[in-house]
Design a protein around this ligand. Structure first.
Ligand SMILES: NC(=O)N[C@@H](CC(=O)O)C(=O)O
Ligand SMILES: [Zn+2]
Ligand SMILES: [Zn+2]
Length: 344
């Protein structure tokens, strides 16, 4: 069996930098035409100048002949000015601004301590239509880790949308039924990305026969009812949900550690993993809109015109991949079967 669809884009991707960037970029560039590039480098990409330089490093690392287009983002801080937002919009290559609540996830230490401090930047974004991408979890240690996304809706997202009702928001990598229902019921300026791993796995995957660090990411995998709600949202035909892998590479030794890093590496076979999730839901005919139409429509960019073909064929995910100088990267599903493949 084969399916053909418009070449997809990845609306949430971590490419890192340096040798790591060179190792992972070809995987995404083979499948996707464009990707929204996350700015959580060390140090974070907080200015248009830094985004321009990072963009050049990505373009320089592309395999020859690749037409992959990195869509850059700025990392919002307490000090981001309205001027920087205007400069970002004028640049033509910065497409969004990313909110990391300080301490919520990998490389978020420089993130926002209180959204009230960002009001000048947010007012400008609302005015010019620049999307705010959110890692939607509260950082309050009194809130159970599994409830941090749900509480973020009540404490941060709803109050923000009351203050700035026209702000365009992408609730990134949603993981709960509450988030899916909130986005579905919200106005058209609110959308969400959904990862392949949150469509395919529930939290049992982290503990199957022992601790499995390669299934640990943030927001953490949730219970089955939430996975089912995400599948329902992604396959519903709603234009508010689109593909964002959140593929987040970390060197093997930093994940297989006493305090392992958060992030799942899915870029090697991302579109195949999504096809698997949509097939399991009997909704392969809905994959194209989710993967290739809803994202560019929300970002007000043209849809891609090239097409790709996926074939139903079983192959084995490598047990590890090269990741720069002497480092290794373990992909999600390492050593196990994958059921779809991108036809060359
Ligand atoms: N998702 C993750 O678990 N990790 C991401 C950061 C993020 O997207 O929150 C990373 O940069 O490693
Ligand atoms: Zn995140
Ligand atoms: Zn991410």
């Amino acid at each position: 069996m084969q399916i053909t669809l418009t070449r997809p884009d990845d609306w949430h991707l971590h490419l890192r930098d340096g040798e790591a960037l060179k190792a992972v970029l070809p995987h995404s560039a083979r499948q996707f035409a464009r990707a929204i590039i996350m700015p959580n480098l060390k140090p974070p990409v907080t200015t248009v100048d830094a985004a321009a330089a990072y963009r050049q490093r990505i373009l320089a690392a592309l395999p020859s002949g690749s037409g992959f287009l990195p869509l850059m983002t700025l990392y919002l801080t307490d000090n981001t000015s309205a001027d920087e937002i205007r400069k970002a919009a004028d640049s033509g290559f910065v497409h969004a601004v990313k909110l990391y609540p300080a301490g919520a996830t990998t490389n978020s230490d420089a993130g926002v301590t209180d959204l009230a401090k960002c009001d000048a930047a947010l007012a400008e974004m609302e005015k010019i239509g620049m999307p705010l991408l959110m890692h939607g979890e509260v950082t309050d240690s009194a809130i159970d880790l599994f409830d941090r996304e749900k509480v973020f809706i009540e404490r941060v997202l709803q109050p923000l949308l009351r203050r700035r009702p026209g702000l365009r928001v992408v609730f990134e990598h949603i993981t709960t039924q509450e988030a899916a229902e909130f986005v579905e019921a919200a106005a058209d300026n609110v959308a969400a990305t959904i990862t392949a791993h949150h469509l395919l796995y529930n939290r049992n995957a982290i503990f199957l026969g022992g601790v499995r660090p390669h299934y640990y990411c943030l927001p953490v995998l949730k219970r089955e009812r939430h996975r089912a709600a995400l599948v329902k949202a992604a396959t519903s035909g709603s234009r508010k949900f689109f593909l964002g892998t959140d593929s987040a590479p970390h060197a093997r030794h930093t994940k297989e550690a006493a305090c392992g890093c958060a992030g799942c590496y899915t870029a090697l076979a991302a579109i195949a993993l999504y096809a698997e999730a949509f097939e399991a839901a009997g909704a392969l005919d809905r994959l194209e809109a989710f993967a290739s139409f809803n994202g560019p429509d929300f970002y007000r960019l043209p849809r891609n015109t090239e097409r790709i073909t996926l074939e139903r064929a079983e192959w084995q995910m490598p047990v590890e991949l090269a990741y720069g100088c002497e480092e290794k990267l373990v992909p999600l599903r390492a050593g196990e079967a994958v059921h779809w493949r991108l036809a060359e």
